[in-house]
Ligand binder design. Sequence first.
Ligand code: URA
Length: 225
Amino acid sequence: MMHPEHQRRAYLKAMGIDVWLPRDEPEPSAAVAGDATATASLDWDELAARVAGCTRCELSQSRTQTVFGVGKRTADWMIIGEAPGGEEDRRGEPFVGRAGQMLDEMLRAIGLSRNAVFIANILKCRPPNNRDPKPSEAAECRGYLERQIELVQPKIILAVGKIAAQNLLGCDDTVGRMRSRTHELHGIPLVVTYHPAYLLRSPSHKRDSWRDLCIAKRLAAGIDT
Ligand code: URA
């Protein structure tokens, strides 16, 4: 979708009306001008560059760097979390803190290594003080994730945690309710499980999460659950 300010200017231009900007009104940024329509046609390198220079929301001002995503670009599994935390913001890679170690452990439990999957987040930038992503931030960032999903073409999407699942599925259910069924996103099976950071706090739910991963593994293999 075109940015509203660009749309307004395009209309005015089409009507032959010159648009004059006051000195203190900046041009909409190049990233915004690039727009979601264009994002849908980017290749991996172009997409990574677009994300690295993104200024679509205010998180661009507080981040150390963007956290694009990591892993195998043709993976069967795509793991989607919430947003970078402090360690991820410093290192530019998702799930590298304590929650990341837990995620690695979860993957290992079903015979997968971190390199065999693609890992991304709803947001590419860290929200200050690890607050929840704002809906407007998730909306501005969505095109990037959508393009990543299109490029990876995973056989299974694993949404870890409430924020990831709610954003991907467009609902406000609890993880407890969402994890009890198989969902779909663009025709790709999607399984919801607990966030690894939650499992660190509530290890008694590891067993449930392992069951979710086993379901996801069957779905990835094309076996109906
Ligand atoms: N939590 C997330 O949801 N994503 C990360 O990358 C790190 C922690």
